[in-house]
Design a protein around this ligand. Structure first.
Ligand code: SAM
Length: 303
């Protein structure tokens, strides 16, 4: 087993823990993950948490009602979305202070991940009120694991700005981070009608690097298309995408990109400083990782 291997789950429940699937009311705010397409992906703990909650906060009560109905759950629901989250917080905190159990779900997947709830969670934590979670489906993580691209480090970016100019700025920011040493697999959510345009923008900004489009995960027409960005862009320019989409892009191939002026700065610094001093000076000046600057300085020094 590698050094960084996670501890395996406990084979037996601890005496003070519920057995798997045993219903237990959990006082406080409980973030409950729901399916991203396949209703069967709803855990027994998730069902129990919603059954025993005093209130289920949901993005769209009509969407969540269908899930609750499918599982015979009759807990009261109330909407919590981008536009009412702030105004709802005081009332919810009052319930939590009174020892109630309030569950938070989104339309699909894990709450807060490109979904509402962050401000509520932050407010509950600030008052030291209990906040717990029932883990479950998430499109970004499933897409990442099915993509065949390096699973970590990864960077989840939610939805890219829909307007071309803002999107160009956002992608230039990522390129700048990569130039400074970031080598993460990148993950975005995207709407089907914007996919072709988004892939073309990605190909232009990041080059033809390996990528994947994960579509309709856990559903009947699940598909993961793996190809370089330019090939995916060309494919979706010809074939209008449908359904729900997650885009995963591999890290830059040159894992230690060299900033354009790094060599010049190092050569100038090495001319009248020791290697150690030159590395320190250039690391501070460029903001690049010290390891990268040091490795480059060694290469230049051995030429
Ligand atoms: N909280 C959710 C989660 O944990 O995955 C994501 C919510 S976000 C508002 C919805 C976006 O997630 C969709 O527009 C799509 O980009 C992505 N998504 C959701 N379900 C998906 C699926 N089944 N397959 C691929 N992508 C999906």
């Amino acid at each position: 087993m590698s050094d960084d291997a996670c501890d395996p789950p406990h084979p037996e429940p601890e005496p003070d823990q519920p057995a798997p699937g045993v219903a237990q009311a959990q006082a406080g705010l409980v973030l409950v993950s729901t399916p991203i397409g396949n209703l069967a992906d709803f855990s027994r703990r998730a069902v129990a948490a919603l059954e025993h909650a005093d209130l289920v906060l949901c993005e769209d009560t009509r969407v969540t009602s269908r899930l609750l109905l499918a599982y015979g759950i009759s807990t009261r629901t109330a909407p919590l979305h981008e536009h009412n989250e702030d105004s709802r917080i005081p009332g919810i905190l009052a319930m939590l202070r009174a020892g109630k159990s309030v569950a938070l779900v989104s339309d699909a997947g894990t709450p807060l991940v490109s979904d509402p709830g962050y401000r509520l969670v932050r407010a509950a934590i600030a008052e030291d009120l209990p906040v717990g979670g029932i883990p479950g489906p998430n499109a970004a993580l499933l897409g990442l694991t099915l993509s065949g691209l390096p699973p970590h480090p990864f960077m989840f970016l939610g939805f890219a700005p829909p307007k071309a100019a803002a999107r160009r700025v956002a992608l230039a920011g990522i390129r700048a981070m990569e130039t400074a040493g970031l080598t993460a697999t990148l993950i975005w959510y995207e709407a089907p009608h914007r996919l072709a345009e988004f892939l073309a923008a990605l190909a232009e900004a990041l080059g033809p690097r390996p990528a994947a489009v994960a579509r309709e995960l856990t559903k009947r027409f699940e598909e993961v298309r793996r190809a370089p960005l330019d090939v995916l862009a060309a494919h979706y320019a010809e074939h209008q995408a449908r359904g729900e989409i997650t885009v995963i892009v591999g890290p830059p191939e040159d894992s230690a990109p060299v900033a354009p002026d790094l060599d010049a700065q190092l050569e100038a610094a090495l001319a009248d400083h020791s290697l150690k001093e030159a590395v320190a000076l250039v690391t501070a000046a460029t903001g690049l990782p010290r390891k990268q600057v040091y490795a480059r300085a060694l290469t230049l020094g051995s030429r």
